[in-house]
Ligand binder design. Sequence first.
Ligand SMILES: *Cc1c(COP(=O)(O)O)cnc(C)c1O
Ligand code: SF4
Length: 390
Amino acid sequence: MAYTEDRAAWFEGQGLWQHVPASDWNDWVWQLKNRITTLDELEKYMVLTQDERRGIAFAGHKLSLAITPHFFNLIDRNNPNCPVRLQVIPREGESIISREEMLDSLGEDEHSPVPGLVHRYPDRVLFLVTDRCASYCRYCTRSRLVSNAQDYNFHPEYEQGLRYIESHPEVRDVLLSGGDPLLLSDKKLEHLLSRLRAIKHVEFIRIGSRIPVFLPQRITPALCDIFKKYGPIWMSIHVNHPKECTADLRAACERLSFAGVPLGNQSVLLRGVNDDAGTMKTLVHRLLQMRVRPYYLYQMDLITGGSHFKVDVRKGLEIIHALRGHTTGYAIPQYVIDAPGGGGKVPINPDYIEKITDEEVVFKNYEGQTYRYPLTNTPVTRTIKSASTT
Ligand SMILES: *Cc1c(COP(=O)(O)O)cnc(C)c1O
Ligand code: SF4
């Protein structure tokens, strides 16, 4: 169903936590300490479905349950199909494993020269610096290690990772991820960023984080100063639904942006959350309003217990087709499939081309009308005298 909430409304305030002093509410450590992590805590605030109760009983073996108060406020407690609720409250589907699914669907472990560092592409590495997040997304690609519910026992190896990067001059781009790198203390982050910045061949540093969305309070002036000092630091945030675009997230994006951090967004295409063009269009418009450029729309990875979120690729293509030409070009993410087994991200695009020959390209525009672009250069018969000969 398309998302029809008032486009001008951005969630604001403390919601269910009115009684808490603003100084606590705005403190990211308070938010983390007061996360909802158990069935009992959840049931204090809402009536769960049978499906959810079963999912929660299983979560301890798959991916922990954790929801920050900030994010919990966005859940419609009267609607079991609320798109925010589906992302963070486990359902029974998580315990159902399909044959197509894998624990490490992107073959990351095989592409790790040192623990926690994935070197898949020639010039860039993915550096996993923690296994913890502020809240846990039920469809997480790294469910195998994130939150350690599956006893993967991931121990980030900063020193080994840094040494690998230092000794590989082909690595010009480092992507800090996890888990969520912004859960690290300012001190640890500054250490990592300063070490990376000191490496001459590292031209590009970026952070993948859902903290601005789950815990906007973490984007403190002190953190922004670190980004300023070691910048440019690029950041990909992770918003899937327009309801997640709160006044607090918008303010956090403004602080990041003013500190010189270019912002992109990565969404995962999720059944019942954002698998329709209307919702996606509202989302990308909100992102632009927050100074965030939609970067990728991911086809969901084949993680174990994820089938209840899976969307047909044709639906994804239909959404992209409904955006192109119909809205701002900046608003359109690149739809990708991260190739199962570790082939990297592959762009998936609607096909506008009808025919290419030596003579012409025949293609359709966004409205479905046919156009032609000739590839030939046919001289006209009348030649024009050049000015120098007169
Ligand atoms: C996604 C990813 C990157 C970054 O890819 P870009 O297309 O440059 O954003 C790098 N390494 C790994 C292993 C990745 O999964
Ligand atoms: S924030 Fe990212 S790493 Fe953490 S649970 Fe969500 S998708 Fe996984």
